[in-house]
Write a protein that binds this ligand. Structure first.
Ligand code: NAD
Length: 345
């Protein structure tokens, strides 16, 4: 058991307070939030609220802190906590630039403490289903993956809509979607191309379209929209032996596998302008269609691993190298969007 304090008792801080305990490896000593109303709220729920960040740092009983505050403030808070000898679990995006991240990594190395970022969406079952298909080769060698998250409510009307706080959808959701793709495709990135949307917000991106080309020839297309009243499927994957689709987070992965590539009797379909065999749908004689088993996943394994990493029993799952790679992809995406160019990675 490690003693934990959660810094920031907002939406995600509240999640950590509940879910850290479900991992059965931490004891919650309390929270700290700069907003006195959040401190009052915590106390009303029986959770101890530290009076200041300094008080948290000075408490020698504290083994680790989880930092769940707006993105622009992660860096100073993380570095101060590391310097005070605490292990630090930081919310995503870990910070806003690779330079800042390097300073944070240096501080962790100097302190000899665990510092990792909460990439909890590695435990999403849709991502795990895609990763499994990629690794097993069930639908052959994968040459295209499309990952989409579509909402229709615009960007949240809090700090996420403001540049100074590290707002925008690349930092908010892009970091998850990029990290997921890098977990699925183990190849080096060759090029990055990105376009940002500004449909409901001029200041920060409220959506994006991002293409990663990998050195192994695989292409990943990541799309995030906040003005999509008809969402497109969550994941679409093409391999040399078939295609996989996940329509929605709640749905299982559907696979269509080709069992007879050369067919003699294709029934043409009639379109308004004429017949086509090329685009005619397949039937059960030439393809197999089935649903994959739902992967088993427990997001609390993140905390379990973090605590084992503190004890030196396991290496941390979300490594400094992975954190840096995610950050560099986000930077390349911003650069590509600014220049309107493909960026060699
Ligand atoms: P929020 O606005 O709901 O809460 C932030 C809280 O931090 C507020 O209560 C605020 O008063 C407090 N705060 C601000 N500066 C502080 C400081 N210097 N010290 C202490 N408290 C401070 O925001 P949120 O949605 O909880 O997001 C917080 C972080 O969590 C962000 O980095 C966000 O990207 C991340 N997040 C992650 C996920 C995920 O699934 N991993 C989901 C949502 C948010």
């Amino acid at each position: 058991m490690k003693n934990l304090v959660v810094i920031g008792y907002g939406g995600m801080g509240g999640w950590h307070v509940q879910h850290a305990l479900k991992s059965d490896v931490v004891k919650l000593l309390g929270i700290y939030d700069i907003d006195p109303k959040k401190a009052e709220l915590a106390e009303s729920r029986g959770i101890h609220a530290y009076a200041s960040f300094e008080e948290v740092l000075a408490d020698t009983a504290v083994d680790m802190v989880t930092v769940a505050i707006p993105n622009d403030q992660h860096k100073p808070v993380v570095i101060r906590a590391l310097e005070a000898g605490k292990n630090v679990l930081c919310e995503k995006p870990v910070t806003l630039s690779s330079e800042d991240l390097q300073d944070m990594i240096d501080a962790a190395n100097k302190a000899g403490k665990i510092f990792s970022v909460h990439q909890n969406r590695r435990w999403d079952v849709d991502t795990l289903a895609m990763k499994k298909l990629y690794e097993t080769g069930e639908i052959g060698e994968i040459f295209n993956i499309e990952s989409r998250v579509h909402g229709s409510r615009g960007i949240p009307s809090d700090w996420r809509g403001m540049k100074q706080y590290g707002g925008g959808m690349i930092y908010d959701w892009g970091i998850h979607l990029i990290d997921q793709i890098l977990q699925i495709v183990p190849s080096k990135i060759d090029t990055v191309f990105c376009r940002l949307d500004h449909i409901t917000n001029d200041e920060v991106d409220d959506g994006f379209k991002l293409e990663l080309m990998f050195e192994n020839g695989c292409r990943a297309y990541i799309e995030l929209g906040t003005y999509n009243f008809i969402p497109l499927p969550r994941f679409y994957m093409q391999g040399m032996k078939g295609t996989a689709l996940i329509t929605d987070w709640r749905e299982n992965c559907k696979v269509v596998k080709c069992k007879a590539w050369h067919e003699s009797d294709v029934m043409p379909v009639e379109t308004a302008a004429g017949l086509t065999k090329t685009m005619a749908p397949r039937d059960s004689i030439t393809v197999d269609e089935y649903e994959c088993e739902r992967p088993v996943s427990d997001v609390h394994d993140y905390y379990r691993n973090f605590v084992k990493a503190i004890d030196g029993i396991e290496p941390q799952l979300v490594t400094h190298e992975q954190m840096m790679l995610d950050m560099k992809v986000m930077e390349a995406a911003f650069k590509s969007a600014e220049l309107g160019q493909v960026i060699k990675f």
